[in-house]
Design a binder for this molecule. Structure first.
Ligand SMILES: Cc1cc2nc3c(=O)[nH]c(=O)nc-3n(C[C@H](O)[C@H](O)[C@H](O)COP(=O)(O)OP(=O)(O)OC[C@H]3O[C@@H](n4cnc5c(N)ncnc54)[C@H](O)[C@@H]3O)c2cc1C
Length: 94
């Protein structure tokens, strides 16, 4: 199993080190990327079939709570993630 936290993801390094091809690539790591990954897993995505290319320094998260609870300190960072870090690890998405 292989997964890279987005903060450490370097596409050039990955390609140089021989990143395997993937069946699906999602460009952009926003809300829809998180929900698309979840739906693909529900539909039987196999390990290593998905890469999400993102310049964000966070996993895909819900935007609406930013202005409703998160900035006021009512929501935690973990509670606004669409999928946990373990989800990406378990399904070997990069
Ligand atoms: C503070 C806040 C409150 C909100 N509240 C509500 C609400 O109450 N109700 C509601 O319906 N909606 C709300 N929204 C809007 C909602 O969050 C968006 O509709 C939703 O995030 C859209 O999801 P998305 O994945 O399409 O876009 P985003 O979540 O914006 O994700 C797009 C991703 O693509 C990346 N990207 C863009 N261009 C490129 C590129 N050229 N190359 C690589 N990556 C790229 C971006 O960096 C980003 O990671 C709110 C938004 C914010 C910011």
């Amino acid at each position: 199993m292989r997964a890279i936290p987005y903060q450490e993801f370097d596409l050039r390094r990955e390609w140089k080190e021989g990143m395997k091809s993937t069946k699906y690539v999602i460009v952009g790591g926003g809300m829809v990327a998180g929900y698309a990954a979840k739906e693909l897993v529900n539909r039987g995505l196999k390990s290593g079939e998905l890469a999400i290319v993102s310049s964000e320094n966070a996993l895909p998260y819900e935007r609406p709570p930013l202005s409703k609870g998160f900035l006021a300190g009512k929501d935690s960072e973990a509670s606004i993630l669409i999928n946990s870090l373990e989800f990406y690890h378990n399904h070997e998405s990069t």
